[in-house]
Design a protein around this ligand. Structure first.
Ligand code: NAP
Length: 248
């Protein structure tokens, strides 16, 4: 029996990268998983297929997390399929990097809506199920950019900092109901988001990371799976960097 047996998880943005690794890791621990995606249906189907081929249970859940209507439909569909929801991982995220003077209002809104407002709508949609059962785990995927700020990321770092304050507020509001809320703050992780960086940029970033490498999506998934488990029952409202020592 896996430690998340009998639990149902929703992972937003689970078609690729950290979300994909998290969906697979939670399923490995026994959870039945909703694999949310927006624009990559084939990748999401592959994640579900991978989980099923290893004996787990998962379904794809299409939906743009920046749309409250899509979030409602996605949560309803998950609960219809698996009967409940115990774990929410707010992972979906995008970047629209450019210096502040060049950043458009559209760049700002897209990043804030996808990376921050989505956590508000997804959390609101699932928390009533968690309250009834007096057990829930919410893990928000923030970033070291939300702690340190980062040139070219006024929108992204604001969203990720907002996610930290949101995490602490949710932790305080729902602690008495057996629901914990924590954030992870990855540094540079090797996924599609960072794959576009030039070799020179990567090399200069690696020089700033005490552990001298980018992290792996699976390493972040491991931390998220821990926070989603009973082993983390006494941890709430925390922001845990996973960054090779970058932001210490
Ligand atoms: P990624 O490989 O680009 O994957 C992003 C995921 O988010 C994809 O599955 C994508 O799904 C989904 N997504 C994007 N917009 C969406 C929307 N509107 N609705 C639903 N899903 C949406 O990125 P990643 O590196 O795994 O990043 C995952 C999270 O970690 C993000 O929140 C990111 O900010 C954070 N993070 C990453 C790093 C890093 O270095 N990689 C560092 C710190 C924090 P579709 O392809 O189906 O649209």
């Amino acid at each position: 029996m896996g430690e998340l047996q009998d639990h149902v998880a929703l992972v937003t943005g689970a078609s690729r990268g950290i979300g994909r690794a998290t969906a697979i890791r939670l399923a490995e621990a026994g959870a039945r998983v909703g694999v949310n995606y927006n624009s990559s249906p084939n990748a999401a189907a592959e994640v579900v297929e991978t989980i099923r081929s290893r004996g787990g249970q998962a379904i794809t859940l299409p939906g743009d997390v920046s749309s409250p209507e899509a979030v409602q439909a996605m949560v309803a569909s998950l609960v219809e399929s698996f009967g409940k929801i115990d774990i929410l991982v707010n992972n979906a995220g995008i970047i629209r990097d450019t210096l502040l003077l060049r950043m458009s209002e559209a760049d700002w809104d897209a990043v804030l809506n996808t990376n921050l407002k989505s956590a508000f709508t997804c959390t609101k949609a699932v928390v009533r199920y968690m309250m009834k059962q007096r057990w829930g785990r919410i893990v928000n995927v923030s970033s070291v950019s939300g702690i340190l700020g980062n040139p070219g990321q006024a929108n992204y770092s604001s969203a990720k900092a907002g996610l930290i304050a949101f995490t602490k507020t949710v932790a305080r509001e729902f602690a008495s109901r057996g629901i914990t809320a924590n954030a992870v703050a990855p540094g540079f992780i090797a996924t599609d988001i960072t794959s576009g960086l030039s070799r020179d940029t990567k090399d200069s970033l690696i020089k700033q990371i005490p552990l001298e490498r980018f992290g792996k999506a699976e390493e972040v998934a491991e931390l998220i799976a821990f926070l989603a488990s009973d082993r983390a029952a006494y941890i709430t409202g925390q922001v845990i960097p996973i960054d090779g020592g970058l932001a210490m």
